[in-house]
Design a protein around this ligand. Structure first.
Ligand SMILES: [Zn+2]
Length: 88
């Protein structure tokens, strides 16, 4: 597997490989930090804590080609590095 170095969603870590995947600000402009599954119309679609979001995402391991347990581990490592969850 090649290492992906492009932009990723700063909420869920999904690779933002195309502008179609980007969320929208309230004024309709593109938000380059977040994907459309996390962010739309100027706000986050899932208003949850990081722990709750890990729970949500770890149910989709299969879609990412791993087990749900692997997905949970992956999310627990990655989410704290993302802008939405990073403690400033
Ligand atoms: Zn996202």
């Amino acid at each position: 597997m090649e290492t992906y170095n492009g932009p990723i969603c700063q909420s869920c870590g999904m690779p933002l490989t195309s502008d179609d995947l980007l969320g929208r600000n309230k004024d309709g402009s593109v938000n380059k930090d977040y994907c459309k599954y996390c962010y739309d119309n100027g706000e986050f679609l899932h208003k949850v804590s990081m722990e709750e979001f890990v729970d949500m995402c770890s149910q989709f391991g299969e879609q990412a080609g791993m087990t749900n347990e692997q997905m949970r581990e992956f999310c627990e490592k990655m989410f704290p590095t993302l802008k939405r969850w990073k403690k400033s």
